[in-house]
Design a protein around this ligand. Structure first.
Ligand code: HSE
Length: 432
């Protein structure tokens, strides 16, 4: 068999790891794929002379990959604009593409898949979601006998790393983020991680695949972990929850519920224990029921593992040419979601304040599931205040918003109210 000739763009954390893996495990891949995976060209706008690229030729121009001796272009440069051009050129020339670029696919996936379909070339994107977890393959192949009705999980390694470092080691947010950056987990612009954008892109890709639908990335409700403080984490723990950054997509008759946000997850649910850079994706199939996939969600080698898996599949001839989605699903707004909420209400420590808080909730028919209030004078020189922690029963989004705004206007409430959704995934997830 002739070798599969690989042209690779980008020598960052992931690109460097892919090169190493291709060179180190060459014999293994040849045996698995039945033909060699030959790295023939590498392009990187920043030269990295320290990286051994074997016998491949190097160029700083991405256009150097538009060459007759390249069968597949591996796009690992990140960003959208140059990556889109590179992928479009490759597909236009009849080359296969493997990419880890979730931003590109979340925004232009439909266009890229359509043009690949017209040209009859494959597009591999295992590495775009959940790092080293082979979730794309699981949804496409292992669960092919199912109608998938929900997916949920932790799909941003940086956010999970930060929340775990805050919860387990008491680190502050900025220190934990700096560590995640040093370890090569965070995006070039880490606001993509901590504001939930990266997770939203990944969830949109997973939902499109799971539900065979075109998903509008603009319809995903997005909140990140940047507003979570260590006190929320401690109170949540006391109440029997971990705070996780969750993505959730569920099929309804009239559209798709698709949201990413921090959530209190009961400690009785397995993913509450998934810590550090690990990701976890749950897929619920109508035949199999709940399934769970766990593994490292970011970092050079885990992501390279997914990139090379696509190359091995391509070499075997089993990486599919994308098909156009069966349907376009409208996203339901967050207003349509009912769920329990954690509220942290900073209140003056004096008689009657708690009664006023309870009165607001009672007037909106919000039932209280749990409460914590402890004396805690934490500001010297100012009026002492105490956090009142409340976990509600399920409440429609509009009602909880009204409650928070009325609570904020009470004379006894002294500052901003924290609100975090509670995700009871027990019906969808295997218990611990
Ligand atoms: N910044 C991403 C994360 C890397 O932290 O999950 C993998 O996409």
């Amino acid at each position: 068999m002739t070798p599969l000739r690989v042209g690779l763009a980008g020598l960052g954390t992931v690109g460097g790891s892919v090169v190493r893996l291709l060179l180190d495990n060459a014999a293994l891949f040849e045996r698995r794929a039945g033909r060699r995976l030959d790295l023939v060209r590498v392009a990187s706008r920043t030269p990295k002379p320290d990286i051994d690229i074997g016998s491949a030729t190097f160029d700083t121009a991405l256009a150097s990959l538009d060459a007759d001796d390249v069968d597949v272009v591996v796009e690992l440069i990140g960003g959208v604009s140059a990556a889109k051009d590179l992928v479009a050129t490759a597909i236009g020339a009849g080359r296969h593409v493997v990419t880890a670029n979730k931003a590109l696919l979340a925004e232009y996936g439909e266009e890229i898949f359509e043009s690949a379909n017209r040209r009859g070339v494959s597009v591999g994107f295992e590495a775009s979601v959940a790092g080293g977890i082979p979730i794309v393959n699981a949804l496409r192949t292992g669960l092919a006998g199912n109608r998938i009705d929900a997916i949920a999980g932790i799909v941003n390694g940086t956010s999970n790393y930060i929340l775990t470092a805050m919860q387990e080691d008491g680190r502050d947010f900025a220190t934990a983020l700096a560590e995640a950056q040093r370890l090569g987990y965070a995006e070039a612009d880490p606001t993509f991680d901590v504001e939930g954008i990266d997770a939203a892109q990944k969830l949109a890709i997973l939902a499109a695949l799971a539900f065979d639908a075109t998903i509008d990335i603009g319809g995903v409700h997005v909140e990140g972990v940047s507003g979570i403080d260590i006190e929320d984490i401690r109170y949540a723990r006391e109440l029997g929850f971990s705070i996780k950054h969750l993505g959730l997509a569920r099929l309804h008759d009239d559209g798709i519920e698709v949201r990413v946000h921090p959530a209190l997850v009961p400690e009785s649910v397995l993913i509450s224990k998934v810590s550090g850079v690990m990701n976890a994706v749950m897929a619920h199939g109508n035949a199999v029921g709940p399934t769970l996939y766990v593994g490292p969600g970011a970092g050079g080698m885990p992501t390279a593992s997914a990139v090379v898996a696509d190359l091995v599949e391509l070499a075997r001839g089993t990486l599919p040419v994308p098909r156009p989605a069966a349907r376009r699903l409208p996203s339901l707004g967050i207003e349509d979601v009912d769920c329990a909420h954690y509220l942290k209400i900073p209140a003056i420590d004096q008689p009657g304040v708690f009664a006023e808080v309870a009165d607001v909730l009672s007037r909106h028919e919000v039932s209280i599931e749990a409460v914590i209030q402890r004396p805690q004078a934490i500001r010297s020189g100012a009026e002492p205040w105490v956090p009142i922690i409340i976990v509600t029963d399920d409440v429609p989004e509009a009602v909880v918003r009204e409650c928070v705004s009325e609570l904020a206007n009470l004379a006894g409430v002294t500052g901003e109210i924290s609100r975090i959704r509670v995700a009871d995934l027990s019906a969808m997830m295997p218990p611990t």
